[in-house]
Write a protein that binds this ligand. Sequence first.
Ligand code: BTN
Length: 266
Amino acid sequence: MWNTVVSNLPSFHPWRDRIHCLDTVDSTNTYAKTLAASGAAAGTVVIADRQTGGRGRMGRAFSSPAGMGVYLSLILRPRCAPEDLMHLTCAVGLAACDAVEKVCGICPGIKWTNDLVYDRRKLGGILTELSVNPQTRLVDHAVIGIGINCGQQPADFPPEIRSTACSVAMLTGASPDRGALAAALVDALWDMSASLMSHRAECMARFRSRCVTIGQDISILRGDTVLHGRAIAVDSEGGLLVRFPDGSTQTVTSGEVSIRGMYGYL
Ligand code: BTN
């Protein structure tokens, strides 16, 4: 079925010849990182029907059964310092939303910073991994991994995420054409990569309008400590501005953020 990824792309698409379609892999991100380390070009894409060790943020697993989702990783080689790429995951989230909207007809939100959500349930996730050259301190490559739940019914999810995850099929009544969705994703990521450094302000403005976290009561998990506050804004770099009950504010750039009433956090 993955042969439809390439056939759904325009014949002149610059990344058309860089797409690796696999049946089963441990993780498309791990596979792409190996390709990148051996010199694979920017625009190299790895797509798998099934992952046996799909990875999410904070060391979590990403459930990736055969025939049910789009599991895709992209290699980019932006010439910049890692701190200039704080907004990358935000830009990828927007590209993923655009592709889902185009192919599936539903408009997901983004839970800061890397989850695609619909009706307070997780539809997909993004895992961005940067490799920095220790000599130059510049980015050597970025591997961007995206997983979108397409055909699952609740029973297809592991019990621990059954009440908090959703799929396109659960939302629309039909599983999308995964080849068409993967192709739309590749195309949206191409557009994203072309404007990543030059249109950051526009990207962040779009992100704010998609981000369901702003205005919500949240908890922030940092090691063993949990802080409670309210998310009030997303700054120009993609950081989350949080106000705490004592009136102080802080910009959060990493760590686990839970929204009250979402994914079971109350
Ligand atoms: C998260 O939920 O924290 C992020 C999930 C990212 C999953 C995608 S699926 C394709 C790529 N390969 C992986 O192992 N992870 C990402």
